[in-house]
Design a protein around this ligand. Sequence first.
Ligand code: FAD
Length: 437
Amino acid sequence: MRLLGVLHCKRPLCVDGCPVSVDIPTFIGFIKEKKYQEAIDTIKATNSLPAVCGRVCPQESQCEAKCVLLRTGQPIAIGRLDRFAADWEAQNAQDQDQGQDGVTKAPSNGKKVAVVGAGPAGLTCAGDLAKLGYEVTIFESLHAAGGVLIYGIPEFRLPKDVVRREVDYVKKLGVTIETDVVIGRTLTIEDLFDDGFEAVFVASGAGLPMFMHIPGENLNGVYSANEWLTRINLMKSYKFPEFDTPIKHGKKVAVVGAGNVAMDAVRSSLRLGAERAMIVYRRGRQEMPARAEEIENAEEEGVELHLLTNPVRVLGNEKGWVSGLECIKMELGEPDKSGRRRPVPIKGSEFVFDCDIVIMSLGTSPNPILAQTTEGLEAETWGGLKAREDTGRTTHSRVWAGGDAVTGSATVILAMGAGKQAAKDMDEYLRSGSTQW
Ligand code: FAD
């Protein structure tokens, strides 16, 4: 309440725009008084990944979109202030007795909970349950925790040290992270129950890439954006042979799609030495799904935007490597189901881009492995697990789910919000000792 006086917001709306309900007025008030530790403590009361959110959250459509100052001009730069507080703490972590960040582990309540996937949804759910005294183990299929934060979003947007630090914070809350365990293969969800876990939260994301199914898509030099970014971020392929996963360093790179992932892929190609980096997108600029900031950054770095252009065939050389991308020009017709105007091919407008790498960035869907290997756990036909929006309860009485595994590819903060809601509901369920559903 103290800050309301400082900012003179009679009725601050920003908190409603934050899926994890950070007490924004209070933390900004502390920053104003130069009480930075109090500011970061306020954020961390509901958000275990503040430095990540300060860097990658689309605040312009969340907390800042609700800022009362927006009506008269610019909103408060809430994301930048959040980032400042988190980075201040990183530089000034004190309280060595309790460990970095002054974290104290909650006393155990004797109940074990398992989490599948160490992305933002899993880390948030695990952190919240650990604070309540649960013994939480996250099972992660990759060799590093962080989900898309570690394998997808490039270093130049989200430094890996920032992610590792926030993963460490969750571990200090008492969470155990077992890497290199694929649930549904190495162990099943039933195995977890047999091992004494009383409930499971599934936060396995949406890492299955989509393709166009056009001729030539199997040529060498065609990547999904997921594979391209994972090779670069997680496998350090740019340091081959020091690291053992190679990547082709293309000179002319075409990225198909215009979302944030496409922007990350195309900007990464420039950092690998591409002389020409292109976005190829079948709709117009207004329809590009990427954040305006990401599109501007890409253009400033020299990325070419080829809009109203749709690939029809990937061309290859005699050795089976990509040599070009045949496209057709498009025009916008009537709006489709999504409300966006439908792109329609212009007959006879085919032409070829000279390129040696093609990256497909058309979206991803959840991997069906968990629904396929767990009796009673149902998924939608497109792959998303069926779960209640308000609690994360699935069709299996002891399994909750949230994040991209349920919604399909969305945002870090929405995944965190889902993790938080599920933790609350799991706690209520486990504390009541109920077997009722
Ligand atoms: P994920 O982050 O995908 O984590 C899921 C984890 O589960 C992974 O670590 C995976 O390895 C693991 N896993 C999967 N299956 C299993 C299994 N069977 N057993 C064990 N572990 C398993 N959002 C933003 O808000 N801002 C951005 O700027 C932004 N940029 C993005 C850039 C890229 C390149 C991508 C791909 C996404 C971006 N997003 C962004 C979206 C955001 O990262 C996701 O919405 C968010 O990470 C979803 O969190 P999650 O925890 O549900 O899943």
